[in-house]
Write a protein that binds this ligand. Structure first.
Ligand code: F6P
Length: 529
């Protein structure tokens, strides 16, 4: 199976060689570099309608960006010349587009309906629905009390043990969907290596009512295995060895390691090599989340992801939300020279969404060689950072308003309160809209002291939706997954490997070093202990 994307001669396809890239460079220099956002608004009365679009439950207003109709046309040409249409087809057809690991990339299959026939012939894909059904009966049995702890008490506290993609997704989504938590069930997480998270949890949890979900594709990751072993020791201390079989469940692909740990076979939920860590929330990695919100809600997240997939695969590029976000990213990154992008959600329930997108975007796009092994000839992933709502305003907005850096922003704004006070959400809305406007318009009047001047002209997207429902969350996540993919295709990089992190894993496993600075620091640490 092959198509124009996987067949193409990558060396002939540096994005900087494409005609559209060259036109964009000229357009930037001659038309856009000096043109302010306020000027763009005053020249085009229909700007808001022209640069806004709906995709399912999400609305994107991208009018506050440094672009006009020509920019959009050239950016869309760039995506086409870089073979993005063929790449999208290749991904959903199950081609091995993760070249360096020789793997397909099929998180889309995890949220598809069987009738969508997404890569059904790829090994593992037909099992997706079996695993979902097994997850469903497990989750229901925990909720009904059919599955209990070793002392026959109900399991009420779910502790996700994982790191990276095996932690950030469940943590981010469980916080985002707190109003959907089942009565009497609580979510906790343990990820970091130093052991403090588990130490604190042990003080508040009762082993008899705690279920640990060990989430690890490889089941070898140092942080996860140290925490899982510490949790196991605690359960054995508090209860007994037999209790391990009642209080540990796992999402992993490594059966041998699960055998060694003592995970019983009906408490194992598998996934496949074509599910990347940072794309895995949709798989059994979502088990801890499903245990807290219930399987119906989990399926609504999947449905949201699927609806974004359909939009991504079907919408023309100039009306395609992930494609447009990706193209705007490239525009600022590669033409305006922006080095970072801020993600600013105005709903505290999305407080971990910037961290989630940090892994998604920086692990995917932090690459400097192309899929053909040659160095890239332009910048790739930007630094992604952010914080929720007014907490961010009182922290780093000073730099956004008056600093020297160009920082394109994605504001994320639900209209309705997420299960709290609408009056307070209205205040969040007022703040969000006012900030976007002030960042664009700036503030200056005659005679104003220079330190009070806000130069304005800062670009932003506004992603607006009615409410932070499981469906909307699924759409948001898939929106960014596809945005990252499109950027990677244009740069010619492998967005689905993470060799830079693999080195860290190796070093952590064997921390010996002959480096003089490391040795001296080790000495000093010894003296401090
Ligand atoms: O951070 C690197 C990484 O490989 C991520 O991609 C992954 O989410 C994480 O480590 C955890 O890996 P595992 O699920 O195998 O424990």
């Amino acid at each position: 199976m092959a198509n124009a994307y996987t067949d193409r001669k990558l060396s002939a396809r540096y994005p900087t060689d494409l005609a559209a890239w060259k036109s964009l460079a000229k357009h930037y220099r001659e038309d856009m570099r000096e043109r302010t956002l306020t000027e763009l608004f005053s020249r085009d009365k229909k700007r808001v309608a022209r640069f806004g679009l709906e995709a399912n439950d999400l609305f994107l207003d991208y009018s506050k960006n440094h672009l006009n109709a020509t920019t959009r046309k050239l950016l869309v040409q760039l995506a086409k010349q870089a073979n993005v249409p063929a790449a999208i087809k290749a991904m959903f057809a199950g081609e091995r587009i993760n070249k360096t690991e020789n793997r397909a990339v099929l998180h889309g299959a995890l949220r598809a309906k069987i009738s969508d026939t997404v890569a059904l012939e790829t090994p593992g894909v037909p099992e997706v629905w079996e695993v979902l059904t097994r997850m469903e009966s497990f989750v229901d049995d925990v909720h009904s009390g059919k599955i209990k702890g070793s002392t026959r008490k109900r399991l009420t506290d779910i502790v996700n043990i994982g790191i990276g993609g095996s932690d950030l997704g469940p943590v981010m989504a469980s916080r985002a969907l707190k109003p959907y938590w089942r009565d009497g069930i609580r979510f906790h997480s343990v990820s970091n290596i130093d052991g403090t998270q588990l130490a604190d949890l042990k003080r508040e949890l009762n082993a008899e009512t705690t279920l640990f979900v060990i989430c690890s594709k490889t089941f070898t990751t140092l942080e996860t295995m140290s925490n899982a072993k510490a949790a196991r020791r605690w359960v054995v201390e508090q209860l007994d060895e037999v209790a391990v079989q009642y209080h540990f469940v796992a999402a992993s692909t490594n059966h041998e390691a699960m055998d060694d740990f003592g995970i019983r076979s009906d408490f194992r939920f598998g996934f496949w090599d074509w599910v990347g860590g940072r794309y895995s929330l949709w798989s059994a990695v979502g088990l801890s989340l499903a245990l807290v919100v219930g399987m119906d809600v989990f399926k609504q997240i999947l449905s949201g992801g699927r609806r974004m997939d359909l939009h991504f695969r079907q919408a023309p590029f100039d009306e395609n939300m992930p494609v447009l976000l990706a193209l705007l990213g490239i525009w600022y990154n590669n033409f305006f020279g922006a080095q970072s992008q801020a993600i600013l959600p105005y709903d505290n329930r999305l407080e971990r969404f910037p961290a989630y997108l940090q892994q998604l975007q920086m692990e995917s796009s932090g690459k400097s060689v192309r899929m053909d092994g040659k160095p890239v000839r332009c910048d790739t992933g930007m630094v992604i950072w952010g914080e929720a709502g007014n907490n961010a305003q009182h922290s780093f907005y000073q730099l956004l308003h008056q600093g020297t850096r160009l920082v394109p922003i994605d504001f994320i704004l639900p209209a309705k309160s997420s299960g709290a006070s609408q009056a307070q959400q209205n205040l969040a809305i007022d703040n969000c809209l006012a900030q976007a406007e002030a960042l664009m318009d700036g503030f200056d009047v005659e005679g104003l002291e220079p330190y009070r001047v806000h130069k304005g002209n800062n670009p932003s997207n506004m992603i607006l939706f009615a409410e932070l429902t499981p469906e909307a969350l699924g759409q948001l996540i898939a929106l960014y997954e596809h945005k990252v993919f499109v950027e990677g295709v244009i740069w010619g990089i492998d967005s689905f490997d993470q060799w830079g992190v693999e080195l860290g894993k190796k070093l952590a496993a064997d921390p010996r070093s002959a480096n003089a600075s490391t040795l001296s620091l080790r000495d000093r640490i010894k003296r401090l202990l």
